[in-house]
Design a binder for this molecule. Structure first.
Ligand code: 3AM
Length: 175
């Protein structure tokens, strides 16, 4: 049976995507690595890996049960991880709404046989990969983004690079 490589994410609207590109352009250009295409910018909530059709249905039901409120982000920090060689954009203050959303998703995923991830949740937008040196300055013009939905994405690795396809989205609503 065909499997799909899936993950849950916060997915920027076009305006936010354009601002991300504008604000981070210089840092991305300076870092020298493999630049992530702006259409691929996102914040991963939970990576799922290869999933079959039956799990896929369970996952969609779990996502529909995982309540979350709108996530108001202030992206104001450039970072670099030397292990995975990633340049990323994140927030000095991660909002509780985002942490709660990730917990709720992970909790509901238990119904589908997915255990919570061992590694800590470090929300970020990957800007470039195969980066070998930290950015010259970690400061960046703060960018505000209020995420009003979260999505399930299929990741398709092709010879020309990875392509992401949004399969479904769920609203984040005030209680
Ligand atoms: O959100 P970013 O770009 O940091 O690195 C992959 C990407 O992260 C990550 O899932 C996101 C969407 O592809 N990823 C890939 N394989 C993974 C794995 N085995 C993984 N995350 C955890 N475990």
């Amino acid at each position: 049976m065909k499997k799909h490589r899936l993950f849950f994410a916060l997915w920027p609207d076009d305006a936010t995507r354009n601002t991300l590109e504008e604000f981070c352009g210089n840092a991305i250009a300076d870092c020298g690595g493999n630049h992530v295409k702006p259409e691929n910018f996102h914040i991963t909530l939970r990576f799922l890996g290869q999933v079959n059709f039956t799990s896929n249905r369970c996952l969609r039901k779990a996502a529909a049960r995982a309540h979350g409120e709108p996530v108001k982000l202030m992206l104001d920090r450039l970072g670099f991880w030397s292990g995975p060689q990633v340049l990323w954009l994140g927030a000095n203050k991660v909002p509780d709404t985002l942490l709660r959303l990730a917990v709720n998703i992970n909790t509901e995923l238990g119904e589908c046989g997915f255990k919570p991830e061992d590694r800590p949740f470090r929300p970020h937008v990957t800007l470039a990969r195969q980066v070998t040196k930290p950015p010259e300055s970690p400061s960046i013009s703060p960018l505000e983004w209020t995420a009003t939905h979260f999505v399930m994405v299929e990741s398709d690795t092709r010879p020309e690079g990875v392509r992401y396809k949004v399969l479904e989205k769920w609203p984040l609503t005030e209680r």
